[in-house]
Design a protein around this ligand. Structure first.
Ligand code: SAH
Ligand code: SF4
Ligand code: F3S
Length: 446
């Protein structure tokens, strides 16, 4: 019987993709996945450091697997992802039975290191950040044939050069490196030839693709040009991307939404705060009005576009008035979806080092609740505005409840409808009959 691996992933879509790449690498070595750590010969915890709570998970998880390691000394226990990068050797000191600490820039070395642990034992560490284009290689592992691949993720850049004052990402994922455009086009073409309908282009700051530091690279082209190439040179039906930074949202990109029909009608544009003073302390590089003007122009270029955002409440020094500015922005822009977080101080960041985390926890949580209550109301109202409308839904499979099928609209809403297995992996037209707070229900028609 094949040996098995157990992999647990936390964090964002980039970590998810790294996780599936690690799974594919291990599968090629003959390991099969399992949900039961007890029967695994390799256990990997793919970690996130974005907030304190996420970063703590690694300690409880590694501790939890200690007894398995004692029972079975041949078990390979590894930590990967952003917390592996952030702590490196400190993790090894704290957990002497930990075999492997692998930062996100070294995913491709996983097979070799797992084999070394099995052969030689001991602790192995690969956590040097690879920040130069010449030294970093993007993994090019397409989903295995048996994977359900009607939608796929494709990395187009890694790292982040923005250094927002609250954010640990540049310290754990390193500086921006863009992937070669021809390589991206070739990968998307191959995916579409294998039946993939939708790709999501991934990076911490996708719309800075090809600009800034990368402008010196002769092969670099702008993000909107890349989108155009993908639309024209591949058979892919739908293109999404995440995440974008408002300051890098160019006129050219807005215009691309007018003409490029393959771009999904969805834009996730993290604003972080509605207060100019807070935005300045966050080093975000735009004002509330600049942001709102771009959002309006996106809606003008693509009237059915759904907007999403991220917001932080309780950032250093945030007054009630500054918080209210975020509430007002939600009323003004009426997003379809909002991810909101309580500010969490992170090591190495400017805010962590120099600003005072002075909003009391109780106030932070109370603000989060008020913000989420407001957005729940707005989100449901927005959902109801789809009633009677036709949406194009990429069908993912049976709903969790079992009696309907579910997929995502171009606007990224979950839509349930009565379907058949034959619909899975196809884009079908659904007329919305009912809107719930978190999803839509509709009927398929031609
Ligand atoms: N690259 C993306 C964000 C990645 S992190 C961007 O620039 O938008 C995802 C979200 O986590 C951020 O948008 C932010 O809202 C939140 N976040 C980041 N650091 C945080 C911190 N220290 N405390 C709370 N939330 C944080
Ligand atoms: Fe973090 Fe800012 Fe970079 Fe986003 S743009 S990853 S919030 S530093
Ligand atoms: Fe977390 Fe790393 Fe993503 S810190 S949010 S897994 S880039």
């Amino acid at each position: 019987m094949a040996e098995k691996y157990y992999l647990k992933t936390y964090g964002c879509q980039m970590n998810e993709l790294d996780g599936s790449q690690m799974g594919r690498l291990l599968a090629r070595q003959g390991y099969a996945p399992t949900d039961d750590p007890e029967e695994a010969s390799v256990i990997l915890i793919n970690t996130c450091s974005i907030r304190e709570k996420a970063s703590q998970k690694v300690y409880s998880d590694v501790g939890r697997f200690r007894s398995l390691k004692l029972k079975n000394p041949d078990l390979v226990l590894g930590v990967t992802g952003c917390q592996a990068q952030a702590e490196g050797v400190r993790l090894q000191k704290r957990f002497p039975y930990l075999d492997l600490v692998l930062g996100p820039d070294h995913t491709g070395r996983l097979p070799e290191l797992v084999e070394r642990v099995r052969r030689e034992g001991g602790q192995h560490l690969a956590a040097v950040k690879l920040e130069k284009r010449e030294e970093y290689r993007f993994l090019n592992l397409l989903p295995d044939e048996e994977e359900d691949a009607h939608k796929a993720f494709v990395t187009i850049m890694k790292g982040c050069d923005n250094f927002c004052s609250f954010c640990i990402v540049p310290f754990v994922r390193g500086r921006e490196v863009c992937r070669d455009a021809d390589e991206i086009v070739a990968e998307v073409r191959e995916l579409s030839e294998r039946g993939t309908q939708e790709v999501t282009l991934l990076g911490q700051n996708v719309n800075s693709y090809g600009v800034g530091r990368h402008a010196r690279d002769p092969n670099a082209l702008s993000f909107p040009r890349l989108l155009r190439r993908l639309a024209e040179e591949t058979g892919i039906r739908r293109i999404r991307f995440t995440t974008s930074h408002p300051k890098d949202l160019s006129d050219e990109l807005i215009e691309e939404f007018r003409v490029n029909a393959k771009l999904a009608s969805h834009f996730h544009l993290p604003v972080q705060s509605g207060s100019n003073a807070v935005l300045e302390r966050m080093y975000r590089g735009y004002t509330r009005d600049e942001y709102a003007a771009k959002a309006r122009r996106l809606r003008e270029a693509r009237p059915d576009i759904a907007l999403g955002t991220d917001l932080i409440v309780g950032f250093c020094g945030e007054t009630e008035e500054e918080f209210q500015a975020s509430m007002d922005l939600l009323e003004e822009l009426r997003y379809d979806s909002v991810y909101s977080f309580v500010y969490s101080e992170r090591p190495k960041t400017t805010a962590g080092l120099y600003f005072k985390d002075d909003v009391p926890e109780a106030v932070k949580h109370e603000r989060l609740q008020r913000l989420q209550a407001l957005q729940n109301r707005i989100g449901w109202e927005k959902n109801r505005s789809y009633e009677g409308k036709d949406l194009e839904v990429l069908v993912e499979g049976p709903s969790r409840s079992g009696d309907t099928y579910a997929g995502r609209s171009s606007q990224n809403h979950v839509v349930h409808f009565e379907g058949t297995d034959a619909d899975v992996g196809k884009i079908v037209k659904v007329r919305v009959t009912h809107a719930g707070p978190n999803s839509l229900i509709g009927a398929k028609h031609d």
